[in-house]
Design a protein around this ligand. Structure first.
Ligand SMILES: *Cc1c(COP(=O)(O)O)cnc(C)c1O
Length: 462
């Protein structure tokens, strides 16, 4: 269901008709394995554990709110993607969540890395990711970012505009390099969850359109420049996608361009990147595809189109972000107040909110939530989990069932917050951004520490 969003986020008072809400789950203490990270379980004492550590102890040690990231799950997902895409390249999209520890895991598990800013590039290099395994994205890379990427020797820069072709070529010439590049094309496919729209034109800021010939013109311009080596075509069609049909159209159109390039220039480009956007389960109702199913579907589509066009099968690459990081973490909050509005709903206020998870306010994203510091046999109550910010749109979980005996001091956990939560976190209201705590083999450590008031004041130079 989609709601039209208020510019400042959904407002209060959007009471939905009776019967709108799904029935409460059979077991409020249950932890659906689709939604929770691999090592999350509820102990015999009712306390939720991750990597064998109870959240009550983790909260004492690291405070709340905090993101707890299951390292074993993260690594297992990396391996599932590289196994499924053997003979192809998996680029983790760093914007989902990036830290030096994450870069190390990616490096060890054989993944490549997408970055889209100087900051992400600096993090990747600082953690020792070999430059040739880094791809640089972005629709408006600054000259400085381009210079640093070329100088570092990144494996590819994904070109997004005519201006950028010239900028990257100049940087490469100045540095005496030949830079490998792909061209990002917009294929006219906009995919999200169970729908996709396929049109000729796409109204968005990224890439060069196939439909109006800009993509073909970009190819001409790049092929004329000795400082650039055109290795492939890139397409990214959306986010939180469950249905492979959008990729089918996208792959067909990208292969169409490869065919045109062969016919016009006599070259067969060796690579196709089909982007990321694969969906995950935020609630038990979501049923995402496994990496091996995605790999098979994409390979079959590209192989079929290439055979039909008489092209050699190019090397494929994909760029999952959410599908790797998303399910691996949950956010742990402490309940501060429980406010029952007679006949409406119960508002549960936690010690974080839109500063640590903007997705609900920004995209009307759905999440689930569970009481984590104990089990409960109380009746389910329909609750809205809200944050502590001065904004009525500050909602973490719009509608969720929690036990009716929920009280201040309880810990609640929101799963599937590993992607686009810490990476989109803000200091709104001068709230301090939570730490990311990695848990593995019964040990927990901060990989991004909690922000302090001293951090805030350090930036504020008076
Ligand atoms: C955002 C993005 C991704 C990752 O998207 P997910 O939905 O996290 O998988 C991959 N490639 C590009 C170019 C992107 O912009």
């Amino acid at each position: 269901m989609s709601r039209s969003a208020h510019p400042a986020g959904p407002r209060h008072g959007d009471v939905l008709p009776e019967g709108h809400y799904a029935a409460p789950p059979a077991d409020l203490n249950g932890l659906d394995p689709h939604v929770w990270a691999r090592t999350v379980a509820r102990g015999a004492d009712g306390v939720v554990t991750v990597g064998g550590l109870p959240v009550t102890r983790l909260a004492e040690e690291f405070g709340t709110p905090a993101y707890f990231l299951d390292e074993e799950d993260f690594r297992a997902r990396c391996r599932a993607w590289t196994d499924a895409f053997e003979g192809a390249d998996v680029f983790y999209a760093g914007k989902a969540f990036l830290s030096r520890a994450v870069v190390r895991w990616l490096r060890e598990e054989g993944l490549n890395l997408d970055v889209c800013s100087g900051g992400e590039l600096a993090t990747a290099l600082a953690a020792g990711m070999p430059a040739e395994r880094i791809a640089m994205h972005g629709n408006n890379k600054s000259p400085g970012e381009i210079e640093r990427a070329v100088e570092a020797g990144v494996g590819r820069i994904v070109l997004d505009s005519y201006q950028e072709i010239v900028r990257v070529a100049h940087a490469a010439e100045r540095l005496g390099r030949r830079q490998r590049v792909q061209i990002r094309v917009t294929v006219g496919v906009e995919a999200h969850t169970h729908e996709f729209i396929a049109t000729a034109h796409e109204d968005q800021k990224f890439g060069l359109a196939l439909a109006d010939g800009q993509a073909a013109e970009a190819v001409r311009r790049v092929l004329r420049l000795d400082a650039l080596e055109l290795v492939g075509i890139h397409s990214h069609i959306g986010s939180q996608i469950f249905d492979m049909a959008g990729f089918e159209v996208s792959a067909r159109r990208v292969v169409g361009l490869l065919t045109e390039i062969r016919d016009e220039h006599g070259v067969e480009l060796p690579e196709i990147d089909l982007g990321g956007g694969l969906g995950i389960a935020y609630t038990p109702e979501d049923d995402p595809r496994e990496p091996y199913e995605i790999a098979k579907a994409l390979r079959d589509i590209v192989a079929r189109e290439c055979t039909a066009a008489g092209l050699t099968m190019p090397r494929l690459s994909v760029e999952p972000g959410r599908a790797i990081a998303g399910p691996t973490a949950f956010t742990l909050y402490e309940v501060g107040t429980v406010k029952e509005l007679a006949g409406l709903r119960t508002y549960v206020s936690v010690d974080g909110g839109m500063s640590d998870n903007i997705r609900t306010a920004l995209y009307d994203a759905e999440y689930s939530v569970a009481l984590a510091s104990r089990a409960s046999t109380a009746e389910p109550m329909l609750a809205r989990v809200v944050g502590k910010h001065c904004e009525s749109g500050d909602i973490v979980v719009r509608d969720a069932y929690l036990p009716a005996d929920l009280a201040a001091g309880d810990l609640i956990a929101v799963p599937a917050t590993g992607a686009y939560c810490r990476s989109m976190a803000s200091n709104y209201n001068h709230v301090l951004r939570p730490p990311v705590v990695a848990v593995a083999d019964g040990a927990a450590r901060e990989i991004v520490r909690r922000e302090t008031e001293a951090d805030l004041l350090r930036l504020d130079v008076g």
